[in-house]
Design a protein around this ligand. Structure first.
Ligand code: UTP
Length: 223
């Protein structure tokens, strides 16, 4: 299969150390033996901290986004260092470069591309570009809930949702630099227009990725 995986920066850098990168190395190396893999890495807390500094300097939203993108690229570089010779050691800055580098047959790891969306959107656009069989979005919660699980104890995990339902759910949520809530609109629009099979699941346990690829039903499936 051709797989696009988005890993949230908050997942990889939850403790600001190398542990999650090493855990993902193991899982991605196993999958690489049988599949073609593209990974998109998010910015996490460091991106938000840097963006706050830019705000303190009166930088506009697009400049905040630019700084966020730089941080996602540093995180992508860290993951490619972890993957060593299995990964192409240059982080693509756009989709054409990602395609070009994938001709090497190595795992491609990238971060952001341009302002005004998050790496969720990058992963969905990349999935379109490379005609991926599946898009897996690994985040800091178990999937999509009917309400915020951090605020409501009785929040229920949604096992299947249509792209249209997700769009109406996310409508009106914040889209300022560093503040994308859960999933961004552009990502869902791409998933909808190209009917990309997408699963959102908890990335703190990297084994979830292997389970999903092996057909286990976890997280939320966007249909
Ligand atoms: P993230 O994709 O990590 O955004 O990119 P996020 O959803 O806010 O954070 P996570 O999910 O907790 O990791 C960090 C920031 O970088 C900018 C945006 O400002 C985004 O909020 N960015 C990223 C872009 O402008 N364009 C991109 O292609 C990627």
């Amino acid at each position: 299969m051709r797989i696009v995986v988005a890993i949230g920066g908050s997942v990889l850098l939850n403790n600001y150390d190398s542990k999650k990168f090493q855990e993902y190395r193991e899982i991605l190396e196993n999958l690489y033996a049988e599949h073609e893999i593209f990974v998109v890495v998010g910015g996490g807390v460091p991106a938000r901290e840097y963006i706050n500094i830019v705000r303190g300097l009166n930088g506009g939203e697009a400049i905040c986004d630019d700084i966020g993108i730089e941080v996602t690229r540093i995180n992508a570089k860290l993951l490619s260092i972890a993957l060593g010779s299995h990964a192409y050691q240059k982080v693509p800055h756009n989709f054409q470069e990602a395609l070009e580098y994938s001709a090497t047959g190595k795992i491609i790891v990238m971060g952001g591309t341009e302002p005004a969306h998050s790496t969720d959107a990058v992963s969905a656009i990349l999935a379109e570009y490379v005609n991926a069989d599946i898009l897996v979005n690994l985040t800091s919660v178990d999937g999509m809930y009917d309400k915020d699980p951090n605020k409501f104890e009785d929040a229920k995990l949604i096992s299947e949702i249509t792209a249209d339902e997700m769009l109406s759910f996310i409508q009106g949520k914040d889209t300022k630099a560093g503040t994308y809530e859960f999933f961004d609109m552009t990502a869902i629009q791409m998933i909808k227009r190209s009917s990309i099979k997408t699963i959102i699941a908890n990335g703190y346990n990297p084994e979830n990725l292997e389970k999903i690829i092996n057909g286990e039903k976890i997280g939320t499936l966007i249909i």
